[in-house]
Design a binder for this molecule. Sequence first.
Ligand code: KIV
Ligand code: ZN
Length: 524
Amino acid sequence: MTNINTSSQNTKMQDIIIFDTTLRDGEQSPGATMTLEEKLQVAELLDDMGVNIIEAGFPIASEGDFEAVSKIAERSKNAVIAGLARAISGDIDRAGEAVRKAGRGRIHTFVSTSPIHLKYQMNKSEDEVLEIITKTVTQARNLIDDVEWSAMDATRTSLEYLTKAVDRAIKAGATTINLPDTVGYATPDEYCNMFKVIRENVTDSDKVVFSTHCHNDLGLAVANSLAGLHGGARQIECTINGLGERAGNAALEEIVMAVKTRNDIYNIQTTVDAKQLMRASKLVSAVSAFPVQYNKAIVGKNAFAHESGIHQDGMLKDASTYEIMTPESVGVRETSLVMGKHSGRHAFKDKLAELGYELGDNAFLDAFKRFKDLADRKKNVYDEDIEALVDQTGSSESEAISVEALTVIAGTGGIQKASITLNVEGEHISKEASGDGPVDSLFNAIKEIVGDTQHLVLYQVHAVTAGTDAQAEVSVRLEEDGKIATGRAADTDTLVASARAYISAFNKLNVKRNRQAENTIAAE
Ligand code: KIV
Ligand code: ZN
């Protein structure tokens, strides 16, 4: 393959544009719902690490989505903030309103173009869809200068019709043309060819940026995105950890490291600071409660581990024998022992800064208290312990309900039971329950106090570090009437962490319930 020729594109820099859609397509994956606070945290990190465009959400989808996109837009620094809109007038107005406060905002509107979608989903003719493209892209351009248009299911659309559709979008003023592999069906050669053909056949193709958007159903999302670059695309849409619908989207960290490591092939650069990739991966994994597989490229636990004798021997002689990039280049640090119980606020603040955290005053005091508490109980406190305690959701002071005390009886003989005392808005309530094992008993005791209209949809535990005194990081996801909330907590006692994670998720559900009630009252 020849190196990419960037001269026919209108992107002045020879840079690839990294468009992150973790907060939109990523958040759409079942169960990955994030709170406003978590979305702001992720957006801030993406912006700081040099991601060029952040798709912050789908503003028409809910009040919560609108609020998240507006707040992210308001707080944005360098990144362009995009809001998604279907090809519907109300969606486009809402997206325009949500990104209004961004230094640079974008409306991203899409419509399906494949015969399958036109027939079964839209019940529209090809000509009707062409009219819709002209109308909706024009409307978006009247609101904002930066408009992206996507041909949903582009890879199952005939190139002839796709050319007509893209032509319409460019004529109506789209500045970026995205050709998604919505169902993860394309192969790299096909995907590359699609961009070549479309760019050759539409008028003014050199005046717009072409973009890839690949799903991973056949495990080809990253390969297809990179093939898109060979076809002349300059924007890649991707997500941290490849989070996304079904098998996910192209993974941002893999794209970034592919173009950096194989610059001899791609000959383009990215503004993304690769040293922050690990941090971003951990944050997104924590807030979505989607674990990263051990052998995941770039950010998996084993991505830089060398087990076999031959490999270890080579590594000791020269790391380049088996390592094509260094762990440091993606932000993997040597596990380091931090401070003990005598460490003060100053040292803790320095450590947080080194780990990439910038906390407000209240969040800092809360994290410091948890650190002291942990250091009292755990001899060696590692960087990973600090990350787990900062990343856990909620704090006892700010939550309506918190865990005061608990006792669990478990083992091989007799019944398994738990008793718990919760602080419910200042009132101390204790209950006891039995169950099938200690966790079940504990959650039953909690439900005796808070009720059981919510369903447990995920219970996940992982050890933060090695050793039997390791903290257990627990994620609990609850669902009630279609509303989903995830709570996280870390503690050296797995059952304490479990109870706190459950209560944190329950508190978040409560906030959602109250918000919905307020909206209903306001609408009446
Ligand atoms: O996969 C897809 O086609 C999308 C569009 C909305 C861009 O996510
Ligand atoms: Zn998608």
